[in-house]
Write a protein that binds this ligand. Structure first.
Ligand code: FE2
Length: 263
């Protein structure tokens, strides 16, 4: 008999080798500490900031992740394309045009509960892919036939687009969390229809950095306006994410807690 509620841990963008190491060596402890039943991580920055490699994804699963989401860097490593087709629990944004590798949602059963995860990508200041609003609504309707517990990772730049999608899907999904900016926002809340929401969960990456990269290079880029190559800062990491408690019968969220946990 499954429990009445399920605890879902969602961790933001895993940044390069420092982020990967944090997941490999510390994710299991974090899952235990927060009593998480199910863990989702965004892995699209794990390959030196750009993309995801199959070997890293395998190690994320071995470290306790149940589902890996991605975003605009999903096409960076072509080794990932067949892997996206093979692995149900590795997602790319669902609103890419039809015909691209992979899939944008999955349903995983754990502790007797079916949990659906959907990945969408924004269009403001990003590529003009298909509409995340229409795609998200349709997909939520389809997934709801299988389970009321539905989590959305909305990988987007614009806070207004993220809030609008949260309101649009309120009551249709259990939670909608934002990723991509790498900066955690303090607006976590349960919307009127029972959907847990946060504009951005932040990154799992080095805190002493500019969104994960060496701060001196980033400052120099700003000062000179030259396209200097950004490099990942190999410094101590903070896990940023949220812990969401969901009623498994209704699919409504009971609570959402922001976390920023130094490794
Ligand atoms: Fe991104």
């Amino acid at each position: 008999m499954p429990a009445d509620t399920i605890n879902i841990l969602f961790l933001g963008d895993i940044i390069g080798q420092p982020g990967n190491r944090a997941v490999f060596f510390n994710l299991k402890n974090l899952i235990k500490k927060y009593n998480a039943d199910f863990t989702v991580i965004n892995g699209e920055n794990s390959a030196d900031g750009f993309g995801l490699l199959p070997a890293a994804a395998d190690q994320f699963f071995q470290s306790g992740a149940d589902v890996i989401t991605t975003g605009n860097h999903v096409w960076q490593k072509s080794e990932l394309y067949p892997y996206l087709d093979e692995k149900d629990a590795v997602l790319r944004p669902a609103n890419f045009p039809a015909g691209v590798p992979g899939h944008g949602s999955c349903i995983v059963e754990k502790h007797g509960v079916k949990i659906a995860v959907m990945n969408l990508q924004g269009r403001e200041n990003m590529s003009t892919i298909d509409c995340p609003f229409r795609c998200g609504k349709e997909l939520a309707k389809k997934l709801k036939k299988e389970t009321p517990v539905i989590l959305v990772d909305f990988h987007a730049e614009s806070s207004s687009e993220k809030e609008a999608l949260g309101c649009w899907l309120d009551g249709q999904v259990s939670a909608l969390v934002g990723t991509h900016t790498h900066v955690q926002t303090a607006d976590e809340r349960i919307l009127k229809g029972g959907t847990a929401y946060i504009t951005d969960v932040g990154m799992t990456g080095p805190e002493e950095s500019v969104i994960g990269t060496i701060k001196e290079i980033s400052i120099e880029r700003s000062l000179t306006q030259m396209p200097l190559k950004m490099e990942i800062a190999d410094l101590p990491v903070t896990f940023c994410g949220v812990l969401i408690k969901i009623d498994v019968q209704s699919g409504r969220s009971v609570s959402i807690e922001r976390l920023a946990e130094p490794v």
